[in-house]
Design a protein around this ligand. Structure first.
Ligand code: SAM
Length: 320
């Protein structure tokens, strides 16, 4: 499944961007970069800069995560979802592609500018939807899937776990959290994992076990997805390469247990003629797993695996 923004949404975004004044986009993009890097929230970011340079990346990360969630829960076919801190509705559009079963979308967004843009986009692209301009702590109905993408980072520290547990109460089936792939983003994800497990949630991913997280600083659990840059994106960032890598951390939990994959790949696999070796996390903790080339079938299958994928391959005992 592609992690690129689908054509209908891309066209709608291009028309919206064409109506904006292009002057200053590069400067606004630099201000946006500095605002997020400095830990500020989205209140001051320019919408055109967000749409040109952040939305393709957050979409790619969310789509990557939802693909993994759908792999672990192949029978999950949500009818309703809540997109919390929706921004322009990025998670709703990604979820619509992952789960065509979705018929009701509730987008909660406190910023009037983002909420208005989400409404403009949703009007033609989403079926039944409601863009609610309010704080995520306000009441919203319970739904099958709740997605909080890149929003915990914007909350005061003291409110983050309160927010996670509030979202869990709104979740009838699956809750997904996506955060920037920084040590701080991972810290929020790990704290959410602890709080949600204590609240009785079942893990869906990226963890393949519910034991204590074995990650030790200065390392942190994160993933990367590569996305192409559009011409507007290249221009806004004064970029010289036509792609970028978005780093993200994530967590999905459910009210229903699902069989989990054997392991998750936590770094780019290394391939040579002797073996494919990859850093994985599983019930044994963090360790390297190797697939020797003398076992051709598993070696060839292992060559296709990427950072962030789950590991379905059986261990071959004499590879140790
Ligand atoms: C970085 S943007 C992410 C937008 C979108 N989820 C995405 O992934 O592209 C964070 C969004 O959360 C919104 N937000 C931040 N704090 C919020 C809160 N307490 N309640 C509702 N929305 C909030 C911001 O206004 C902003 O639109």
């Amino acid at each position: 499944m592609s992690t690129e923004i689908p054509a209908a949404l891309r066209d709608r975004l291009a028309s919206w961007l064409a109506e904006q004044s292009p002057a200053g986009l590069r400067q606004q993009t630099e201000q946006l970069r500095q605002a997020y890097a400095g830990g500020q929230n989205s209140a001051s970011v320019d919408l055109a800069a967000y749409i040109s340079t952040r939305m393709p990346a957050t979409y790619a990360a969310i789509a990557f995560v939802l693909r993994e969630v759908a792999l672990v829960q192949p029978d999950f076919a949500p009818a309703s979802m809540l997109d919390v801190g929706a921004g322009p509705g990025t998670a709703s559009f990604a979820a619509q592609t992952t789960w065509p079963s979705l018929s009701t979308f509730i987008l909660v967004e406190q910023d009037a500018r983002f909420a208005a843009l989400a409404e403009t986009l949703a009007k033609t692209l989403l079926p039944t939807h409601d863009v609610i301009r309010q704080n995520l702590f306000s009441a919203a109905p319970q739904v099958d899937a709740v997605i909080a993408a890149y929003v915990l980072a914007e909350l005061p520290k003291a409110q983050i776990m309160k927010a996670v547990l509030h979202l869990w109460r709104q979740t009838q089936h699956t809750l997904v959290v996506v955060e920037p792939g920084t040590p701080q983003g991972f810290a929020r994800v790990r704290a959410s994992r602890d709080a949600l497990l204590a609240a009785g949630a079942y893990l869906i991913g990226p963890c393949t076990h519910a034991q204590a997280c074995p990650m030790v600083a200065p390392d942190w659990c994160h993933f990367k997805t590569r996305l192409p840059r559009s011409r507007a994106h290249m221009h806004a960032k004064a970029a010289s390469v036509p792609f970028e890598d978005e780093a993200f951390a994530w967590l999905a939990v459910s009210r229903f247990a699902a069989p989990l994959p054997q392991a998750r790949i936590l770094a780019p696999p290394r391939t040579n003629k002797v073996a494919v070796t990859m850093r994985v996390c599983d019930a044994l903790g963090l360790h390297d797993e190797s697939f020797a080339s003398r076992h051709k079938a598993t070696y060839n299958a292992a060559k296709k695996l990427k950072w962030g994928d789950s590991l379905p391959l059986p261990r071959v005992p004499d590879d140790d």
